[in-house]
Design a protein around this ligand. Structure first.
Ligand code: NAD
Length: 466
């Protein structure tokens, strides 16, 4: 989305293209004001607060997210087009994330040992301290849950926060800000700064008071953040894109594999970093998998996310629609066969048919690049080794899955697949107690679990002569 004016951004409902709100492009000034306030808040009531009370605030936020489930899910669906069934599910996940990190606050602790040094004995211990003011930058595809996955651990660690949501989807971030205040979060600890990436986002990444940036988004922006963060040597966590492979062996439960793979790519219209966008099916089940995934694609109801029977909603914007159709066209020109889908639907909102491509080659852009739309390629393999080699033949490494009834084959593939997550007999599974992140160019660092909390903490070693 390009700026309409220097400081006003139209927020659209992608199901209709209608403007539903306007937000401001805060820019340098808003970021600086928020950073100054967040810096002050680091040493006030927030720093003095007992861990028990900090945990309570996070827990209450989880409760109020659940109490506001319907309004948050409606807001999310209206703003990013996601079908309500999925918004509800992900809003509930966000509540769980807050509760998980509420539970972790009182477990933040260092270690102790006796140190013999300088001719004496020191009682030595480590303190786990917050990194300080942190900047959290999120994308438009799963706005509320991704925000929760960053905000909850940052607050659990005792940091203060500047959050910049995607310019397309600021609404649920603003709602979260209200819920945090109602839960008792002291003033100045959490700020939402809305705006474009190249203005407000860039200002946040460059700000001298910001000690860490946790970013979820595209690889190109991730790389620019790494460079911009060099100014004050900010720590950086990056959750970037994916081109996740789904391997289906001859002995798999074909029915489940096909149904799960279909929802794994077409759910949220393929706008998921973990979407299983490359299916590799073994020769005996290949035809059946193609037929079943294609018929699942044809049977999913596509429409406005706010309608209860909608399975797949629109893409986020005209830009994304143009981009996804461009990939499909490139695939066709390269010689891929479209089994189903491939076209835009209607002229209102940004809809594209769920699309299945076969007869692809490993060098085609539809196989190599993250499309971020409801487009899947299906290729045939004879030996599993060959499929694993193709699965790993990518700069991405976020998620992957393998379907087989042979447990040894499953675990062996899990060892060989180069990805931050491997699921055996399932599509993407995510739990806030397990680390989530990418191999290779899918990211730096991990979110969720203990590692997600550690990402907002630093250690201090204290030596006391004894
Ligand atoms: P994007 O990189 O264009 O934007 C993401 C965020 O970064 C937005 O808030 C944007 O305003 C901001 N931004 C843009 N330029 C910036 C700059 N120069 N400095 C600071 N901030 C800037 O990505 P997108 O198009 O919104 O989202 C899609 C991408 O996100 C896909 O590649 C997808 O795979 C990825 N993603 C990854 C994960 C994950 O966990 N790995 C999850 C969801 C999405």
């Amino acid at each position: 989305m390009k700026p309409q004016t220097s400081d006003s951004i139209d927020v659209l409902n992608p199901a209709t293209g209608a403007i539903i709100a306007r937000s401001s492009d805060g820019g340098r000034e808003a970021v600086d004001k928020a950073a100054q306030e967040a810096h002050v808040a680091l040493s006030g009531e927030w720093a003095a607060m007992s861990p028990a009370l900090r945990a309570q605030i996070l827990w209450r936020t989880g409760d109020s997210i659940e109490e506001n489930l319907e309004s948050l899910a409606h807001e999310e669906s209206t703003n990013c087009g996601m079908p309500l069934w999925l918004s509800r599910l992900l809003v509930l996940e966000a509540a769980k994330v807050f509760r998980y990190f509420a539970g972790s606050v009182e477990r933040i602790a260092g270690q102790a040992k006796d140190v013999h040094a300088n001719g004496g004995v020191f009682h030595a211990y480590t303190r786990r301290e917050p990194l300080g003011v942190v900047g959290l930058i999120t994308p438009w595809n799963v706005p509320f849950l991704i925000t929760a996955m960053k905000v909850a651990p940052a607050l659990a660690a005792g940091c203060t926060v500047l959050h910049k949501p995607a310019e397309e989807t600021p609404l649920t971030a603003l709602s979260l800000s209200r819920l945090l205040a109602e839960a008792g979060l002291p003033e100045g600890v959490f700020h939402v700064v809305t705006g474009y990436g190249h203005t407000t986002g860039a200002a946040l990444v460059e700000h001298e008071l910001v000690r860490k940036v946790s970013f979820t988004g595209s690889g190109a922006v991730g790389k620019s953040i790494v460079k911009a963060a060099a100014g004050n040597l900010k720590r950086v966590t990056l959750e970037l894109g994916g081109k996740s492979p789904v391997l289906i062996c001859d002995d798999a439960d074909v029915e489940s594999a096909a149904a799960t793979a279909a929802i794994g790519i077409f759910g949220n219209s393929g706008q998921a970093c973990v979407a299983g966008s490359r299916i590799y099916a073994q020769s005996k089940v290949y035809d059946e998998i193609v037929e079943k995934v294609a018929s699942a694609a044809q049977s999913m109801r596509i429409g406005n996310g706010l309608e209860d029977d909608t399975v797949i909603g629109p893409l986020i914007s005209q830009n994304q629609l143009t981009r996804v159709l461009g990939f499909i066209e490139a695939g066709r020109n390269d010689g891929a066969e479209i089994v189903t889908g491939g076209k835009q639907i209607g002229d209102q909102g940004f809809y594209v048919e769920p699309t299945v491509l076969v007869n692809t080659r490993p060098d085609m852009s539809v196989v190599r690049e993250e499309i971020f739309g409801p487009v899947v390629t299906i290729a045939k393999f004879d030996e599993l080794d060959e499929a694993i080699t193709q699965a790993n033949d990518t700069e991405y490494g976020l998620s992957s899955s393998i379907w087989t009834r042979d447990i040894q084959v499953g675990h062996s593939a899990a060892r060989q697949l180069q990805a931050g997550t491997v699921v055996i007999n399932g599509s993407h599974v995510q739990d806030m107690g397990m680390p989530f992140g990418g191999y290779k160019q899918s990211g730096w660092g991990r979110e969720n679990g203990i590692e997600g909390l550690d990402a907002f903490l630093q250690s201090k070693s204290v030596y006391a002569a004894s």
